[in-house]
Design a protein around this ligand. Sequence first.
Ligand SMILES: Nc1ncnc2c1ncn2[C@@H]1O[C@H](COP(=O)(O)OP(=O)(O)O)[C@@H](O)[C@H]1O
Ligand SMILES: [Mg+2]
Length: 253
Amino acid sequence: MASPNALLKVQDLSASVEDAQILHNVNLEIDRGQCAVLMGPNGAGKSTLGHVIMGDGAYTVDGGSITFDGEDVTELSADKRSLAGIFLSYQAPVEIPGIPLYSFLRTICQKRPELKMSARAFRQRVRELAKELDMDPSYLTRELNVGFSGGEKKKVEMLQLLLLEPKLAILDETDSGLDVDALGIVSRGIETYRRECGGALLIITHNTRILERVAVDKVAVMVDGSIVEHGGPSLIETIDEQGFEAYETGGEA
Ligand SMILES: Nc1ncnc2c1ncn2[C@@H]1O[C@H](COP(=O)(O)OP(=O)(O)O)[C@@H](O)[C@H]1O
Ligand SMILES: [Mg+2]
């Protein structure tokens, strides 16, 4: 049933990439401020769903719809969806030689009327967030993600998240390749985002380490491009113990 609080509503969504259908009739609803987790084995289509919600042009929607904040965004460009308040952190963040992190952050904020601020206020805000994330300020003047460790790249993503204050943050495997300290920083970033922005989350993961520190409202399990189970946070524990075997019908990649 549709909740009046629904922020994101994915209905019967089917999508393909390069003529291969990946997503099959996916339904997913996330309320304002809610934390939803999408789990599933490698190759299930989790990242695909994240990219399709964000409006990545590499994917084709073959059926169904995506409604965000009361508006049908199925046909909107990624740019417009970003302005509407959807944020996607990439599983593998891109390196952009020649663009210092600081200039990159300034540029993305200047595109948003609600985030317009003076250069001085911006500098202060970025420094404050870098400190909160335990990021060495010298990273701000380095080229975006070039030579950054996995942990530093994730801090950059958290910094973007906290600066942009989206209504929905889709975090794709934010926990992969992180050591315990970096994991703590990401979890703190997520907590700050929820506390300060009241934002909703879709955390995509195939391992459950990061979820130990985050309050989860609902869980969906994806296998072979379909959501095979919707449940509460206790589902995480079940999957931790049993893996995804119970859902798989064979043809494991
Ligand atoms: N851009 C793409 N081009 C070709 N195939 C893709 C692309 N993105 C995803 N796929 C395919 O879609 C399937 C699901 O991938 P993905 O969404 O990355 O799964 P997950 O994130 O659950 O591991 C895989 O078989 C993958 O090879
Ligand atoms: Mg993935």
